[in-house]
Write a new protein. Structure first.
Length: 244
C-alpha cells in the first residue's frame, strides 16, 4: 500500500522594510493512507487558522507519495511522567537528566537552550567536541517524515503527547544520538520532555510559564559513535512510523 506524507507550515509576515520576514506560527506533519489525504489536509488548514499565535499570512501544505517499502517501523519509547510544583523545578530536572549523558554538559544547557528559541529546527550538539553541527545554525536540523503507525486514517486534531513521542522515538533512533531536550513553543503548552533510548520518553509537566512563546530543542549527538551526515540524513529523510 502506498502512503502520503503531508506537511503543513503556517507563518506571519512581520517587520517593515529590510526587517520584513516570515515568522513561524504552526506546523504539522502526517503519513497517511490515500483515502485520508483530503480529511487530514482540511484538518491541517483548520489547525493553521486557529493557532494561539494568531492568523497566518501564509499556509503551505505539501503532499508527497511514500512507498510502504521505504518506511521503517519503530517501537515507541517507554513513557514516564514527572510532576513538579514550578516550571523552574521542571527545567532543573530536565537539565539534570540530560546532564547524565555527558560530563560537563549540565552547565552548558541553559545557554544552549536559549540559543534554540529563534530556531525552527533543533540544535545538533556534539558532546565529543563541544561544537554545533547544524549546516544552517539559524534554521537548525528538523526531524521530519514520521507519524504514529495506527493513525493513518485519523484527522489532524492537535495531540501534543502523540506528536512528541513519535518525534522523540525517531530522534532517539538516529545514528549517534545520545539524548534530546524539548520545550514546545506553543504559549499554551508548558509540558516538555527529555528522551533517549536509555531514559525513554520522560514527560516533565511544567517546563516554562503559561503564555511563554519561547521553546526549543537540543539533540545531543556523539561524533565518536556515528557521522553527523548520517544522523542528519536519518532525521530529515528517513520515513518512520512509530508503534505508540
Amino acid at each position: 500500500m502506498d502512503y502520503y506524507s503531508l506537511k503543513m507550515r503556517a507563518s506571519q509576515q512581520v517587520g517593515e522594510g529590510e526587517q520584513k520576514h516570515e515568522q513561524h506560527i504552526s506546523g504539522a506533519e502526517r503519513i497517511v493512507s490515500r483515502d485520508a489525504v483530503e480529511t487530514v489536509c482540511s484538518a491541517m488548514a483548520h489547525r493553521a487558522m486557529t493557532h494561539s499565535k494568531g492568523d497566518p499570512d501564509f499556509i503551505n501544505i505539501k503532499i508527497e507519495k511514500v512507498k510502504e517499502s521505504d518506511i521503517q517501523i519503530l517501537k515507541a519509547l517507554p513513557v514516564t511522567r514527572i510532576d513538579v510544583d514550578t516550571w523552574q523545578q521542571g527545567l532543573d530536572k530536565a537539565f539534570e537528566l540530560v546532564g547524565e549523558a555527558a560530563a560537563g554538559i549540565r552547565e552548558k544547557l541553559p545557554e544552549l537552550l536559549q540559543a534554540t528559541f529563534p530556531m525552527r529546527g533543533a540544535m545538533l550538539y556534539d558532546i565529543a567536541t563541544g561544537t554545533r553541527l547544524e549546516p544552517d545554525q539559524q534554521r537548525g536540523v528538523r526531524a521530519t517524515y514520521m507519524d504514529a503507525l495506527h493513525s493513518s486514517t485519523v484527522d489532524s486534531c492537535k495531540n501534543h503527547f502523540n506528536e512528541a513521542i513519535v518525534l522523540a522515538t525517531k530522534v532517539a533512533n538516529a545514528p549517534g544520538m545520545v539524548a534530546e531536550l524539548c520545550i514546545s513553543d506553543d504559549p499554551n503548552y508548558i509540558t516538555g520532555y527529555v528522551a533517549s533510548k536509555e531514559l525513554g520518553y520522560v514527560r516533565i509537566m511544567k517546563m516554562k510559564e503559561m503564555g511563554d512563546e519561547n521553546g526549543g530543542r537540543i539533540f545531543l549527538f556523539d561524533s565518536r559513535k556515528a557521522k553527523a551526515e548520517d544522523c542528519i540524513e536519518f532525521l530529515q529523510k528517513k520515513k518512520v512510523l512509530v508503534e505508540v
